[in-house]
Design a protein around this ligand. Structure first.
Ligand code: RIB
Length: 318
């Protein structure tokens, strides 16, 4: 049965290139393989929502420019509802400049532009998207938009009883007082370290960080690890969910593949550990080709890989 996934946050025009050297190793680097793509955290999770057959509603801001078409066209094609995407007068659509070396470990420069330009009309569309969403529904969002907009959305979802999955990027924008209204927090290790003031370099440290996310108020704490696996803390305990160990071609959008698919699994009523298996499987599959959305895969491949990963789940000592 289709459900409603509301994705709120960044919508970007991605410009991706490949590099033979490490980014930053010289003043000028010769790149190749330029791709113009749709990206941004909310755009990426909305794309997944449609790919998994749900009513997928995107809420965010773009400029009145050709970059908006680059960001929105692939979403339109996959069936994402764009009625709550509004134009910020005089602003550029956000742009991500992404360099991907042979290791697949991308480096991103983000010009956030329209993502940070919200007005009363945009807030009104957001409130309507949350209050009018056909149930069951879930809100997945990020902090690449103003903190006050995130607050408005979380409060509205909470009042309506919708579960909320929050990707706390940018971590410095996070308002801790809201975290008790959030069902799940899904930072990567770097964001978890910044958010919590902890070192998050090892599996055990990730376990402590996942538990600390719960102490902030979220029912579920997930720390996404650089290999595509994660550490999950929930009522059932603390678990390490593995990756399949395949080397990455391009890690761009893997974290969003995790968060989006994890949110979809919760929306479908799966338990947190099952949702984390889906998330890790989606992240593993997302790094096998270039780009974010073009690399995302649907329900069947994700479920098949999640079944394989299940055998490698371990419980961490608490
Ligand atoms: O999280 C990945 C996304 O954020 C990419 O699509 C790119 O837009 C980056 O800024």
């Amino acid at each position: 049965m289709p459900r409603t996934l509301i994705s709120l946050g960044s919508i970007n025009a991605d410009f991706q290139v490949r590099l033979n050297q490490a980014p930053g190793s010289q003043e000028t680097l010769l790149a190749h393989g330029l791709h113009r793509l749709s990206g941004g955290k909310a755009a990426n999770t909305a794309y997944l929502g449609a790919l998994f057959g749900h009513r997928s509603v995107l809420v965010g801001r773009v400029g009145a420019d050709d970059l908006a078409d680059q960001a929105l066209e692939p979403l339109r094609k996959v069936g994402v509802c764009l009625e709550a995407v509004t134009h910020a007068p005089g602003a550029s659509t956000a742009v991500s400049m992404i360099a991907v070396p042979a290791t697949g470990k991308k480096q991103i420069i983000l010009a956030n532009e329209a993502n940070d330009r919200w007005d009363a009309m945009a807030r009104e569309r957001l409130s309507h998207a949350v209050s009018a969403a056909a149930l069951p529904a879930l809100l997945v969002l990020d902090y690449e938009i103003p903190a006050e907009v995130v607050r408005l959305a979380i409060e509205a979802a909470y009042q309506r009883g919708l579960p909320v999955v929050l990707d706390p990027s940018f971590p410095e924008r996070v308002e801790r007082g809201l975290m008790s209204k959030v069902r799940a927090l899904t930072p990567n290790a770097e964001e978890a370290a910044a958010l919590l003031g902890l070192v998050v370099d090892t599996e055990q440290e990730a376990g402590k960080a996942a538990k600390a996310l719960r102490e902030l108020g979220a029912a579920i704490g997930v720390v996404k690890l650089p290999d595509g696996g994660c550490v999950l803390a929930c009522d059932d305990g603390v678990f390490r969910v593995p990756s399949n160990g395949q080397p990455a071609v391009d890690a761009t959008g893997a974290g969003d593949a995790f968060t989006g698919t994890f949110a979809i699994a919760l929306l479908e009523g799966l338990a947190p550990l099952e949702a984390a298996l889906w998330g890790s499987a989606a992240a593993n599959l997302a790094v096998t080709t270039f780009g974010s959305q073009p690399a995302y895969q649907g329900r069947e491949p994700v479920k098949a890989l999640a079944e394989q990963l299940r055998h490698g789940v371990t419980r961490l000592h608490e």
